[in-house]
Ligand binder design. Structure first.
Ligand SMILES: Cc1cc2nc3c(=O)[nH]c(=O)nc-3n(C[C@H](O)[C@H](O)[C@H](O)COP(=O)(O)OP(=O)(O)OC[C@H]3O[C@@H](n4cnc5c(N)ncnc54)[C@H](O)[C@@H]3O)c2cc1C
Length: 258
């Protein structure tokens, strides 16, 4: 087995390296290399630069406006960004919810949500964990009750990374208590500016504010924001995790630090 990069892959790496060198603002890489705090604006500035190039959704297939890169090309892109000191791409939109919307969303949902993710305009958060429902995620209790063309959502999420900036949150919600816990969960997209939705900071031991609690108190969500079928959310959640976990491993930044 030949593990060397092909001449084409090496040329691709050189192209990415040059583009990143020309487009990554120096004040951002200075912050990354010196472990200085990145603001929301810092993170979004880089996201929008990548978005304008069509590379924020660098793992996306061409049919959804992505570059359609191979696994090796994606790896080289991640490695070059990390080596250059680029801020981490916030994964909640482009890496997590987008693949779910592509695989299970309707064409209308794809047209509505994917452009704002691809451009870096809209900030997404992840609403999976709840107090008491972390490892045992299927026990989650945040309830979404169908009322005509809407869902009424009540409950709490926790550890919501960067939720203080969140504009939209994809949530696992309980829509049924029948049968196995996994079969009563749905995947709902919620506008965090909806009345009844509040975010409370969790300040960690290092004094930083990265994670949050999110509360839903009689939040009305249009039923058209349901992804796929009601009570099939566990399947979509697992699809998402297969994208999330490889991204969270952050191999390329770790290699840079080594
Ligand atoms: C920095 C950070 C950011 C996060 N961001 C998000 C986010 O944006 N959105 C989101 O939804 N979630 C987020 N999470 C939540 C994360 O996914 C959960 O922390 C994780 O699922 C573990 O759940 P828990 O913290 O409740 O721990 P628990 O499930 O309470 O586990 C505590 C300990 O008990 C062990 N344990 C649990 N069950 C068993 C068992 N049956 N047998 C033996 N040992 C067991 C675990 O291994 C662990 O060591 C974040 C977490 C962190 C730390």
């Amino acid at each position: 087995m030949d593990l060397n990069f092909t001449p084409d892959e090496l040329a691709f790496r050189a192209e990415i390296r040059q583009w990143v060198a020309e487009n990554l603002p120096k004040d951002l890489s200075h912050k990354v290399f010196n472990s200085l705090r990145l603001s929301r604006d810092d993170m979004q500035r880089w996201a929008k630069i990548l978005g304008a190039k069509g590379w924020l959704g660098y793992g996306w297939p061409k049919e959804f406006g992505g570059p359609g890169w191979t696994a090796v090309q994606k790896h080289l892109f991640e490695e070059e960004c990390a080596l250059a000191g680029a801020p981490r791409i916030m994964p909640f939109g482009p890496v997590m919810v987008a693949p779910v919307i592509m695989a299970f969303g309707t064409p209308a949902q794809q047209q509505r949500f994917l452009p704002g993710i691809a451009s870096g305009e809209v900030w997404w958060s992840q609403g999976y964990s709840e107090p008491g429902s972390g490892s045992d995620l299927a026990s989650l209790k945040c309830r979404a009750e169908r009322q005509g063309n809407t869902y009424l959502v009540n409950g709490q999420k926790t550890w919501t990374t960067m939720g203080q900036y969140g504009e939209w949150i994809f949530c696992l919600v309980r829509t049924s208590t029948e049968g196995k816990p996994q079969t009563g969960i749905s995947f709902l997209l919620i506008d965090m500016k909806s009345p009844g939705s509040t975010v409370r900071a969790i300040i960690t031991l290092d004094g930083e504010h990265e994670v949050n609690e999110v509360f839903f108190d009689n939040v009305v969500v249009p039923a058209e924001n349901l992804i796929g079928e009601e009570n099939k959310g566990w399947t979509y959640a697992k699809h998402l995790l297969s994208h999330e976990r490889t991204n969270i491993a952050d191999v390329n930044r770790s290699k840079r630090e080594l």
